[in-house]
Design a protein around this ligand. Structure first.
Ligand SMILES: [Zn+2]
Length: 186
């Protein structure tokens, strides 16, 4: 028997315990960088501050503001609030990885596919590997693998928070327009 079969199970448990116990940003789940007293990482704190400023500016818009100025200000507010939502979404994903009922091998396959897409731009590079991943790695080991992939995703998301928020809003608007066009057609 491979010696690692005996020792890697408790080791995974211990490592997962350390990951779960780490002090984390209450929005994005960052655990490798300093967290302030209010439990925010620097990036989420910046996002929060930015959104607060934009909210204040929006509230203080003078009555004389033109439609275009209003549109621009509202757009900026939507982007800032979406950035806040995306920060929290990263934290929610981490929570599923570390504390979800049973960490599904299909979720892990999705994270591998996402990493492969970043490297070689192929979306289903690791398609149909979920069963093998499930049989090869224990639930704890799958959570650790997912966590490691998540940390790289978080670093990427933090770098591009505003761009991702704009893209997401754009997609939501397109979907809404499609729905409205569809209901007009009926
Ligand atoms: Zn954070």
């Amino acid at each position: 028997m491979d010696a690692t079969e005996k020792w890697n199970v408790p080791f995974a448990e211990e490592w997962l315990g350390q990951i779960r116990d780490a002090e984390r940003c209450k929005w994005c789940g960052e655990g490798d960088k300093p967290i302030n007293r209010a439990r925010f990482c620097a990036a989420c704190k910046r996002t929060q501050r930015y959104a607060a400023t934009v909210r204040k500016e929006t509230g203080a818009l003078p009555d004389t503001a033109t439609d275009h100025e209003r549109w621009k200000q509202n757009r900026e507010l939507q982007v800032a609030e979406m950035m806040e939502e995306l920060c929290k979404a990263d934290g929610e994903q981490l929570s599923t990885i570390l504390h979800g009922d049973l960490y599904d091998a299909a979720n892990l396959e999705r994270l591998f596919n996402r990493a492969a897409y970043a490297i070689c731009q192929q979306r289903e590079f690791y398609g149909h590997n979920a069963t093998q991943l499930g049989m090869t790695f224990s639930s704890d080991q799958r959570r650790i693998l997912a966590y490691l992939l998540w940390t790289a995703t978080l670093a990427d998301h933090k770098r591009r928070r505003m761009k991702l928020a704009i893209r997401r809003l754009h997609r939501l608007n397109l979907r809404r327009e499609e729905r409205e066009a569809g209901s007009d057609a009926i």
